[in-house]
Ligand binder design. Sequence first.
Ligand code: NA7
Length: 555
Amino acid sequence: MANIQSSPTATTQGPIAHYDAVIIGAGVGGLYALHHLRKMGFSVRVYEGANGVGGTWWWNRYPGARVDGPASPFYCYTFSEELVREWDWTETQSDQASVLAYLEYVADRFDLRRDIQLDTWIRDARYDEDQQRWWVETSRGERVGCQFLICAVGTLSAAYKPNIPGIEDFAGKCYHTSRWPQEPVSFVGKRVGVIGTDSSGVQAIPEIAKEAAHVTVFQRTPQYTIPARNRPVDPEEMRQARENWSDLRAQMDASPLGMPLKISQRLAAEDTPEQRQALYEALWQKGGLDLLFGSYADIITNKEANRTLADFVRGKIREIVRDPQTAEKLLPDYYVGTKRQLLDNGYYETFNRDNVTLIDLRHDPIQTVTATGIRTATGEHSLDMIVLATGFDAVTGALVRLNPQGRGGVRLAEKWRTHFDTYLGLGISGFPNLFTIHGPGSPSVLYNMPLGAELESAWIGDCMKHLRERGLGAIEATPEAEKGWDQEVAMFANATLFPLTDSWYTGANIPGKPRQFCVHLGGSHYFQRIADVAAQGYEGFVFEKEHYVDVATAS
Ligand code: NA7
């Protein structure tokens, strides 16, 4: 139960609620953290800005939005066998509506909603060093106190709208994929311009093209995308997955990606070009991420191995796209797999449609948006609607926008001006009692996210218990531990080709953002590492004894 007191010194009127933990965000991370911490006996309140649970899956309602990682039934929580038994996934690559329905079901099934306050943004969060508490102010004017602030604010939640000249002058509708309206959007009879051809664009463009009068695709960087080969889940597959759930779960735990994917141990150079071609072809036909992870072990680490797969996909693009000039514009030239690997449902094929035009912005850049369209160097493209599939200030953006104030009044944006330091991707020096789920320096977006949320929440819960049992008031990462962690994250990244590519993984998509690879690529090793840190008495963190605070007068 929350401890509710009134305080004469509160800046807002009314009683102040005190909780053991406030969780910001009711997405995949926040929902599970609530369930877990509540079960451990902590009082918890979740604040969510949207008017529904689901986080990223609530916001990203654009046509074609689907899971682009592991095929169902693996993009799901694993903590409850009953849940695994009860929920039927219907497609191998679940769509947004199914994932959202699943998360809503989880919220109901585990009675989570009573501790979630929707339609509530956190306007401010400050750490009070004397009282070892966080004070949180909401968009509804509430002021809330908590010992622990858990930021489950999402890795892909801070939408990025580039500053395109004239965009405010456009007279038609303009939608960002991650701020898609609740009501259906009709493209019938419309001339639609789509800016952005990464995951969201690649998923949305084929769907929009099926309906619209015309689609003009404004592409800056061409992409490698692999056919998802989405299909209905065979009930027999679900039955088998349920029957072998403990085996599957063990495979997930052991996997570097947290998914029961077969990771090849073979090197590309061990096969002849003909053998490689045959293997790539078979995996292309199979669809999904096996082409990247099940082909050769060194695709992401060896430039020559990478080139063999890149050449194969470029060959596929030339084969699929009938107009050679369009095909040429679609050929990617970065290391395959070093941006988010896309899975599509008919993306390259879409460029064979009469109602789709591709503009290569590298040779024909946008000059301005006008009231009636987009003008590029070579002419005006008349449009009724613009879809911005321009992505996110990923991994760190939502935390920086939250901008909590830590020890000594230092804001997170200030601390992270040039570098995103964290320890274990869970704690931040100068920000005692603040934890992040899927934070920078954790495996986050390159791991099965529901499973990652479970494992991180378990670690956070154990840590909170550690403090409670020992009468400790605060825990804080040391700057030295952060330095060491930064080196570890960089070491994993530098063993791959990831840092060589401009992507949102490296921060390169946001002008002025520090360039840093913020994802820990250790997978299962990461989770062993954080367990070891806990076992060694939370090495790299310092604790403070609990100060005596009378919460009746605390504010
Ligand atoms: P991404 O992956 O950040 O993609 C954004 C796209 O928008 C990408 O093609 C960008 O081109 C393009 N972009 C961004 N700014 C501009 C400007 N100013 N002009 C033209 N084109 C621009 O976001 P998504 O939403 O597709 O995917 C994010 C993740 O969500 C995804 O990985 C999934 O995990 C779910 P660029 O490549 O930078 O040249």
